[in-house]
Design a protein around this ligand. Structure first.
Ligand code: ADP
Ligand code: ADP
Length: 228
C-alpha cells in the first residue's frame, strides 16, 4: 500500500530575497512496509520533508499524493501520527489523559478513549506511567508516552521528527524500539528523521539528505561503520 508519493517535490519558505529553498527535487515512496531513517546534517531539509509528508507544509513545486491515506492527511484525522522532538505532552494532563486527548478531540467517548489510551500504554509496557504528570517524567519516558499517544489512534503512517534529539543513547534506543514495534503491530509505515547515525542505523533503510536534496533514495542496507 503506497501511503505517500513525492514526485520532484520542492519547498521554499518565504518569498523574494528572503526565500529559502529547503528541499529540492525530492522523489520517494512511503508504503506500509517502509521503515526508513532520513539522515543528514542540520538544515539539510529533513524536517521540511517530514512536514510535507504530513501535509503540514504545501509543496511549492512537484506533486505530493497520499493514495493509501485517502487524501491530504490533515483532512483525514487518525491516518497519520506524528512524534516531535521536544516536549509535546500537555502539562496539566497525566500520561493517560495525554494519550486519550486526541481521541477525545476526534469524537471518541470518554470511556473508550481512556480504554484505548491504557491499552496503548500497556502495549508499550509503560502502563506504570499512566498517572504521572509530564513534569514527573524523564525525557525518554515523555517520548515513550508520545509514541503511545500516536499508536492509540491506530495510524497507517508514523512520522517522527528527531524523536530522540534530546535523549541519551539508552533512552534513544528504547524510543526507536517502540517506534519499530508500533509500526509492526499497526502495519504502519515509519519515517524517522535524525541527524544521529547511531539512531538511523536502527532502521533497515536510510535516505540521506544534503542541502535539500536526497542523496540515496534507493533501498540501502547500512553496513556498520558505513554510515554518512
Ligand atoms: P533539518 O530538519 O535537516 O534541520 P529543515 O527542514 O529544518 O532541515 O531546514 C531546511 C532549511 O530550511 C534550512 O535552511 C532552514 O533554515 C530553512 N527553514 C526551515 N524552516 C523554516 C521556516 N519556517 N522559515 C524559513 N526557513 C526555514
Ligand atoms: P532519560 O532520563 O535519559 O530520558 P530514561 O527515560 O530511559 O532516560 O530513564 C532511564 C531509567 O531511569 C528508567 O528506567 C526510569 O525509570 C528512570 N528514570 C529516569 N528519570 C526518571 C524520573 N524523572 N522519574 C522516575 N524515573 C526516572
Amino acid at each position: 500500500d503506497v501511503l505517500v508519493c513525492c514526485s520532484k517535490v520542492a519547498h521554499t519558505y518565504g518569498t523574494g530575497v528572503t526565500a529559502v529553498e529547503a528541499v529540492t527535487d525530492i522523489s520517494c515512496l512511503v508504503t506500509t512496509s517502509t521503515r526508513v531513517a532520513i539522515t543528514g546534517p542540520s538544515g539539510s531539509g529533513k524536517s521540511t520533508l517530514l512536514h510535507l509528508m504530513a501535509g503540514l507544509e504545501i509543496a511549492t513545486a512537484g506533486v505530493m499524493e497520499w493514495p493509501g491515506l485517502g487524501g491530504r492527511p490533515l483532512a483525514r484525522p487518525g491516518r497519520i501520527g506524528i512524534v516531535f522532538q521536544g516536549p509535546s505532552l500537555l502539562p496539566a494532563l497525566d500520561a493517560m489523559e495525554n494519550v486519550a486527548f486526541p481521541l477525545l478531540l476526534a469524537g471518541t467517548s470518554d470511556l473508550d478513549a481512556r480504554e484505548l489510551a491504557l491499552a496503548a500504554l500497556q502495549r508499550l509496557r509503560i502502563a506504570d506511567l499512566a498517572a504521572k504528570l509530564p513534569q514527573e517524567l524523564s525525557g525518554g519516558q515523555s517520548q515513550r508516552v508520545a509514541v503511545a499517544r500516536v499508536i492509540a489512534a491506530n495510524p497507517s503512517l508514523i512520522l517522527a521528527d528527531e524523536p530522540t534529539g534530546q535523549l541519551d543513547h539508552h533512552a534513544a534506543s528504547l524510543v526507536m524500539d517502540l517506534l519499530l514495534q508500533a509500526a509492526d503491530e499497526l502495519g504502519a509505515g515509519l519515517v524517522v528523521s535524525t541527524h544521529d547515525p547511531v539512531v538511523a542505523a536502527r532502521l533497515p533503510e536510510i535516505w540521506r539528505m544534503r542541502d535539500g536534496r536526497m542523496l540515496a533514495p534507493a533501498t540501502t542496507i547500512p553496513t556498520p561503520g558505513g554510515l554518512l
